[in-house]
Design a protein around this ligand. Structure first.
Ligand code: BES
Ligand code: MN
Ligand code: ZN
Length: 488
């Protein structure tokens, strides 16, 4: 979606949108709009929408109103209202046949950042993945290609450049999440990232199986060994901060398909496991935003990429693997594979980059969805200030997080009679014991947070700035976290 700026409403405009605060229309408009909106109970609530056709200069134009809600709401609520206003317009006109939306900021009193937030809402909500749809009828195709901004607050242009980088990252996350597993597997995930980051100044590091073998990553390799698709580790490194400053590390679970392995999942719903790489999708998307906007911070994004398949070479329940850290793991259930991938990715990340803070993201447990539903991602942390920073960033962008406990009693539950630990326990507290497992791989008490985002990466219904399907969860969260902390 292209954003253009114009001093006046173009003479050939067919679709013109205005933004309304709660109970407050910003400009004088035709009676059919004003009275029509009142009759339709349009109140300017966040994301509320109204449309009327009016005659202007002998042409019939569509006039739309989008609600931003209460201007005096808290900053986070206000940002949500602004995004929802933009998103409502995109949802309505994406495949309406209209190609350009004129968005008139007259009378809104918004500043540049707020205007860019509305535009971000338009852009994010107009993302749709049609790559595999060859039979779309004309009226189903995406028609909206541009937004013409009129009466933009001073500086909206620059603010939009920044917001566009945010959008690009979220869109990349969604694309990776939406791709099916026959198109997106470890090697093609790496290829796609190489393409996207080409010429950006980011450094790309890839480990193949031979290198991982040498490093002793028996846990990660054990998960991938039942697949025809070779496993990979990918690191995307961005040095935008002071030379020598320890980087912040993001680590993503990238199981490009999770059949469960020999502990095979039941068929119903197994297709969902194409998005079992949602953690790594969030990391790659966040890195794209950070790199595109040239963030003034040192950051490294690491993703552990494997496909979890059952075959003659697959690992068996009861197998014992040795992780890169040297700790041994009894694999009682091959479907608890995410922690096996992450533990080696975490060890490698720490030993290679010596990060100051680590955040891992993973669609790790179904139990997380049972606990929190699809409203909050679960957060576990060994450090209160890191947890607070992440929770705050999440509230700002709507990628909400809720913290859950860690503790030695939970840690004891993963003891194994034959090795250092086992990869499953009875069901109670399943998300917590998974987090405890990961905690055993954090060295020197480095501040670390684990985000279990199993419920967040895929939506059954439209949300704040997304349609049903891939939400892009996590990309904006991590970007905002960096803005507030490393750049703040
Ligand atoms: N990828 C799944 C978790 C998951 C389930 C994510 C549903 C999103 C939606 C993970 O690898 C898994 O299979 N976890 C098991 C762990 C169990 C075997 C201890 C689970 O949650 O059932
Ligand atoms: Mn699994
Ligand atoms: Zn999984």
């Amino acid at each position: 979606m292209q954003v253009k700026f114009s001093d006046t409403i173009p003479a050939d405009a067919r679709l013109i949108a205005y933004l309304a605060n709660k109970d407050d229309l910003p400009v004088r408009l035709e009676r059919s709009v004003v009275d029509g909106a009142a009759a339709a109970r349009f109140k300017g609530n966040p994301g509320q929408f109204f449309e009327s056709f009016v005659e202007r200069d002998e042409a019939i134009v569509r006039v739309a109103l989008a609600g931003m809600g209460d201007p005096d709401a808290s900053a986070n609520k206000r940002a949500e209202g602004l995004e929802r206003a933009g998103a409502a317009l995109a949802a309505k006109y994406l495949s309406s046949g209209e190609t350009d939306l004129v968005l008139d900021f007259e009378g809104t009193g918004l500043d540049a950042a707020a205007a860019a937030t509305v535009l971000l809402g338009v852009r994010l909500r107009s993302w749709r993945y049609d790559a595999y749809r060859t039979k779309l009828k004309d009226e189903q195709k995406k028609s909206l290609v541009s937004v013409t901004v009129v009466n933009a607050p001073n500086g909206t242009d620059a603010a939009w450049q920044d917001a566009a980088a945010v959008a690009e990252g979220s869109e990349f996350t969604r694309e990776l999440v939406a791709e099916p597993a026959n198109k997106l597997y470890p090697v093609s995930f790496v290829e796609r990232c190489k393409q996207r980051f080409e010429g950006t100044g980011a450094e790309i590091i890839v480990l193949d199986e031979e290198e991982m073998e040498k490093l002793g990553m028996g846990a990660l390799l054990g998960v991938g060994q039942g697949s025809e698709q070779p496993s990979r580790i990918l690191a995307i490194k961005w040095n935008g901060g002071n030379e020598g400053d320890a980087p912040i590390a993001f680590v993503g679970k990238g199981v490009t398909f999770d059949t469960g392995g020999i502990s095979l999942k039941p068929p119903a719903g197994m297709w969902d496991m194409k998005w079992d790489m949602g953690g790594s999708g969030a990391v790659a998307g966040a890195m794209l935003t950070l790199v595109k906007r040239k963030a003034k911070a040192n950051i490294v994004g690491v993703v552990g990429l494997v496909e979890n398949m059952p075959d003659g070479k697959a690992q068996r329940p009861g197998d014992i693997v040795t992780s890169m850290s040297g700790q041994t793991i009894e694999v009682l259930n091959t479907d608890a594979e995410g922690r096996l991938v992450l533990c080696d990715a975490l060890t490698w990340t720490q030993r290679t980059f010596k990060p100051s803070r680590i955040v891992d993201l993973a669609t790790l447990t179904g139990a997380m969805i049972i606990a929190l539903g699809k409203e909050y991602g679960g957060m576990f942390a060994n450090d209160d200030s890191l947890a607070e920073d992440l929770a705050e960033a999440g509230l700002q962008v709507g990628d909400k997080l809720w913290r859950l406990p860690l503790g030695t009693a939970y840690d004891k539950m993963i003891a194994s009679p034959i090795s250092d630990m086992k990869n499953i326990v009875p069901r109670e507290g399943g998300s917590i014991t998974a987090a405890q497992f990961l905690k055993r791989f954090i060295e020197d008490d480095t501040p670390w947070a684990h985000l279990d985002i199993a419920g967040m990466v895929w939506a059954e219904k439209p949300g704040r700035t997304w349609d049903k399907g891939a939400t892009g969860y996590g990309a904006r969260l991590l970007d905002t976290f960096i803005r507030n902390t490393a750049e703040g």
